[in-house]
Design a binder for this molecule. Structure first.
Ligand SMILES: Cc1cc2nc3c(=O)[nH]c(=O)nc-3n(C[C@H](O)[C@H](O)[C@H](O)COP(=O)(O)OP(=O)(O)OC[C@H]3O[C@@H](n4cnc5c(N)ncnc54)[C@H](O)[C@@H]3O)c2cc1C
Length: 470
């Protein structure tokens, strides 16, 4: 019952709810977004303020309990939790303060992108999140952050002004261009390796209603549509973005019944331009790409675009995913994508290609720790289904697909969209920025207290000490 006494010790300085295996509510508290992952932590500490986070970090460090940090709980491999360890869960820290004059927002570490959109939309402003609203701000931001606004304003980290962080030694610091610059560089891509981020400050952008939504074509047109999309997004104005995907049409409204369960390809658009300019652009797109079989595009409020896929992707589904950064999608690679796209194994399984050119390329390769400023696309292969008995089949589809197309990639995976966390993968994800990340890790977390992530290990000697310590 050592864990019970550690929980009792934490209770003396902790305000939020604490759960151990004996507590009612433990099973709910430990649930993760990915239904494939089932972890049993010793203590789940649901922090309500910075003082709680400091108390939890101190307990983990001094007791030797391994620590996982949980923001929105969406990590594919379940890195927001840990068996037999301490989960520092920020899910109750949902404070948000918008400053409409300065066009900034402070967001606590437990918010989702839906929380942020709700708070900023009344001011006609938005921070660049991803493609759904339920993902945690914390994990998405710390890995870089790719979304509809990437081409026009950059990655999520490119709008990050500062972050408040509880370090491994329990100190509370702010990282920005002015303070702890090395730490600020590292957290813009380096994941949860350096401390627990309790609050983020973002620059906001004028985004109220956009023009966008999905267009769908029959799967036998995917080769042609994918080529047109590739050529289009490489030269389109930065204010428009659109990701390409292959999918099975869900058997539900608003999809017309005749297309239910049909394999199709899609482009989901988001255009920040205004009025006549956008109308003209979409008339041209229709001409260039050919009339879609289903067309949902139109004016749409930003939060509505962000929530379009939330209901389809409810928590608890089985998820397995692979990703690659890509510089160039060759015609030869397109043939392979079409071959595997046509074999999508379950209704929710899918493959997406997100453009990350435009504004993402305006930030230097070494200005943040994000490893692939020179890539034009991120490919995400998602094997998704409610039924665990389909896991073997869909995982084998994802792996075969990935193995065949990986040679056409830029070499590494996006840390936020992979199940692989071995050291080789981490090095490939950060490329030339890896060694500098190790230097920052040595300074701020030399004992590798925060290692449940795509782990930047401290340098050899320090890692040896860390192992002894744990
Ligand atoms: C349905 C779905 C849609 C997605 N869409 C996108 C997308 O559009 N764009 C995109 O870029 N990514 C997307 N992702 C990937 C997403 O960015 C990652 O899964 C991300 O890790 C989720 O963050 P989280 O806080 O919800 O996760 P968690 O599981 O809570 O945490 C993930 C990682 O971040 C660390 N972490 C979490 N909170 C903190 C904190 N406060 N301080 C320090 N470290 C912390 C954790 O330790 C863990 O290693 C999507 C994921 C899902 C499941």
């Amino acid at each position: 019952m050592a864990k019970e006494s550690q929980a009792d010790q934490l209770r003396t300085s902790f305000r939020g709810p604490l759960f151990t295996k004996r507590d009612t509510g433990y099973d709910d508290a430990r649930k993760l977004y990915n239904g494939m992952i089932d972890k049993h932590p010793s203590i789940i500490a649901q922090c309500v303020d910075v003082a709680d986070v400091i108390a939890a970090v101190n307990l983990g460090r001094d007791s030797g309990l391994p620590i996982a940090i949980r923001g929105g709980g969406h990590s594919g491999p379940g890195l927001g939790s840990i068996d037999d360890g301490l989960v520092i869960d920020l899910g109750r820290m949902k404070g948000i303060r918008v400053d409409p004059k300065a066009r900034t927002v402070h967001v606590q570490g437990g918010c989702t992108w839906g929380d942020v959109d709700h708070a900023t939309h009344p001011f006609g402003l938005a921070a660049p999140g991803g493609f759904v609203s339920t993902t945690g701000v914390a994990g998405l931001t710390l890995g870089g952050g790719i979304g509809y606004l990437s081409r026009s304003v950059g990655l999520t980290v490119d709008s990050l002004i500062s972050a408040d962080i509880v370090l491994a030694d329990g100190r509370f610091v702010t990282a920005s261009e002015k303070e702890n610059k090395d730490l600020f560089w590292a957290i813009r891509g380096g994941g949860g390796n350096f401390g627990v981020v309790t609050s983020f400050e973002f620059r906001l952008h004028q985004v109220n209603s956009v023009y966008g939504g999905p267009m769908l074509w029959p799967i036998d047109q995917s080769r042609e549509i994918m080529k047109k999309w590739r050529d289009y997004v490489l030269k389109a104005p930065e204010e428009i973005s659109g990701w390409f995907g292959m999918m099975i049409v869900p058997p539900a409204a608003p999809f017309p019944e005749e297309f239910h369960l049909k394999k199709m390809c899609t482009i989901v658009w988001c255009d920040r331009g205004n009025g006549d300019q956008v109308k003209k652009r979409f008339t041209n797109i229709q001409k260039e790409f050919g009339k879609p079989a289903i067309d949902f595009t139109g004016p749409i409020p930003w939060p509505a675009l962000q929530t379009l896929f939330d209901d389809l992707l409810a928590p608890g589904l089985q998820w397995y995913w692979k990703s690659d950064f890509i510089k160039e999608i060759t015609d030869e690679a397109i043939d392979l994508h079409v071959k595997h796209g046509e074999k999508i194994p379950t209704t929710l399984s899918t493959v997406h290609f997100y453009p990350i050119n435009g504004a993402v390329h305006k930030v230097g390769k070494k200005d943040t720790s994000f490893g692939y400023r020179d890539a034009n696309f991120v490919q995400m292969i998602g094997a998704i289904d409610p039924d665990p008995s389909n896991n073997d089949r869909m995982i084998s589809w994802a792996r075969n697909y990935f193995d065949e197309v990986h040679p056409y990639s830029a070499g590494g995976s996006y840390i936020n969209m992979t199940m692989d966390s071995d050291q080789e993968q981490v090095r490939l994800a950060y490329r030339d920025n890896y060694e500098r990340l190790v230097t920052v890790k040595d300074k701020y977390d030399p004992l590798n207290l925060f290692h449940i992530n795509l782990n930047i290990k401290p340098s050899e000697s320090k890692e040896g000490v860390a192992k002894k310590h744990r």
